[in-house]
Write a protein that binds this ligand. Structure first.
Ligand SMILES: Cc1cc2nc3c(=O)[nH]c(=O)nc-3n(C[C@H](O)[C@H](O)[C@H](O)COP(=O)(O)OP(=O)(O)OC[C@H]3O[C@@H](n4cnc5c(N)ncnc54)[C@H](O)[C@@H]3O)c2cc1C
Length: 438
């Protein structure tokens, strides 16, 4: 039986590996020259291997972690991921929230109650909201936005600014006034109201492709640099650019599915699917990787930054890329970003450097000193980094009306916003469904 997988992002590769585990040998078509899709390494002339975007995972990414461990049984998790407990802190130290080593969900409630930078009123308000959401089974009113949810639970301006809005942007990449409250709650439920280690923060300790997608691809029949242009389905086959297969898993983003799908059977289902694909809108993420002239450790591997757009202080998070060889590398992340590539690049980089230096300098100048000079930088703006996680979006299931075709990707009906774990779970599910029909 010949099976095609279109797209070698985390969804397509997860599907391919699951099929391989069951004795199948799928062919993976990928338009790029390397695997990983939106979570991949980029070879920079000056800095070596960097990532297309800094990725943060959490302990709740169980399917991804299982896959990674199965593919790299000989490698200790610590070599791949820097696992930190639930600990969020701003660069200038004005906000800090750290969970004690207590059973869940007490650890997250204690983190809120002990948070620095919040008033007694903020903390009690947050605690009340968390308890009330837990009692309601983490259900948000239908079609409500994160902003409406926070308002209905009377969250103060301060806690929204310091905690909820950064979390919303980091997880949904969509502004709180537009983003879907239910997707936000699904993330909170699975990280905070789950076994304690599910709220751990996991920062890749290698470049993204080395994490697992490169290892997976080495075990598969890969067709790189092949842009699939036509998928047609008849009773007996799926034709991928005129090559016959018995079945396929289409693991490319919605706008790409729309372009390649040329089916003639089951017109009603096709109209419905195309309508769903049309509803997706996209949001950008910008990542600025900085190579400093010498070692300069951040106080914590990831820090929240205070924004001030009037001064060009656009950075939202700064990460220390611990695995980078040589002097310190930092990655600054801007979610729901504009197209910063249009800006004066040098001024943009200078302003971000000023933002980091100034905010960390507010801690203990004698300990951290001024931020070292920037030797090299690379700004990558992924314009369609994620789909806009708005309320009321109907997302297709992996199983389609065509028995030979399955869908996979972070945009399918995973219950999550566009995240790595959603992509992996969708790929595994599509593969399991396909295997079940064989
Ligand atoms: C900058 C950035 C930061 C992010 N940060 C985080 C984070 O911190 N945590 C998190 O969980 N998630 C994060 N995400 C989201 C995460 O990267 C995605 O959810 C995930 O990578 C999606 O995987 P996928 O397999 O569904 O899709 P994709 O990665 O888009 O894979 C689709 C693949 O199909 C290929 N393709 C497309 N069209 C064709 C065609 N016609 N023929 C052949 N191949 C084709 C593409 O080249 C691509 O490789 C981030 C994303 C970006 C861009």
């Amino acid at each position: 039986m010949k099976i095609a997988i279109i797209g070698a992002g985390w969804a397509g590769l997860a599907a391919a590996i699951r099929l391989r585990e069951h004795g199948r040998a799928p062919t993976v078509f990928e338009s790029a020259a390397i695997p990983g899709g939106r979570a991949r390494s980029v070879d920079d002339v000056n800095m070596g291997l960097i990532d297309n975007g800094q990725h943060l995972m959490v302990g709740a990414y169980t399917a991804t972690l299982d896959l990674m461990n199965a593919l790299r049984p000989e490698t200790d998790e610590a070599a791949l991921l820097n696992r930190l407990g639930l600990h969020l802190e701003s660069a200038d130290e004005s906000f800090r929230m750290k969970a004690p080593n207590w059973p869940s969900p007490l650890h997250s409630l204690a983190a809120l109650l002990g948070a620095r930078g919040l008033t007694f009123h903020d903390r009690i308000g947050a605690l009340r909201m968390m308890i009330s959401l837990r009692l309601s089974g983490w259900r948000a009113p239908s079609l409500s936005t994160v902003e409406q949810l926070l308002k209905s639970h009377r969250q103060s301006e301060r806690i929204c600014r310091l905690l909820w809005i950064p979390l919303c942007l980091a997880t949904l990449n969509t502004s709180p006034e537009q983003s879907c409250a239910q997707l936000f709650l699904n993330v909170l439920r699975d990280t905070l109201d789950a076994p304690g280690h599910h709220s751990d923060l996991l920062i890749p300790n290698t470049d993204l492709t080395a994490l697992w997608s490169g290892v997976a691809a080495d075990q598969l029949d890969m067709r790189y640099r092949h842009i699939v242009r036509n998928i047609a389905i008849d009773e007996d086959h799926v034709m991928v650019d005129s090559e016959p297969f018995d079945a396929c898993i289409v693991a490319i983003p919605p706008y790409a599915v729309k372009r390649v799908l040329h089916v003639t059977s089951n017109r009603d289902a096709l109209t419905e699917l195309l309508h769903m694909l049309d509803q997706f809108d996209y949001r950008a993420i910008a990542t600025l990787t900085l190579q400093l002239s010498r070692t300069w450790h951040l106080p914590h591997p990831l820090l929240l930054l205070k924004e001030d757009h009037a001064r060009g202080h656009y950075g939202q998070w700064v990460f220390e890329r611990a695995h980078a060889k040589g002097p310190t590398q930092l990655a600054v992340v801007i979610s729901d970003a504009q197209d910063f590539l249009k800006h004066d690049r040098d001024q943009f980089v200078r302003s971000i450097a000023e933002q980091i230096g100034e905010q960390i300098g507010r801690r203990m100048p004698s300990r951290y000193g001024p931020m070292p000079e920037i030797m090299h930088h690379r700004l990558i703006v992924e314009k369609r980094a994620t789909f806009a996680a708005v309320p009321g979006l109907s997302r297709p299931r992996t199983k389609t009306a065509w028995p030979r075709m399955y869908l996979a990707g972070d945009w399918t009906d995973t219950g999550y916003p566009a995240v790595l774990e959603g992509a992996v779970r969708s790929g595994l599910q599509a593969a399991d469904e396909l295997l079940a029909t064989l």
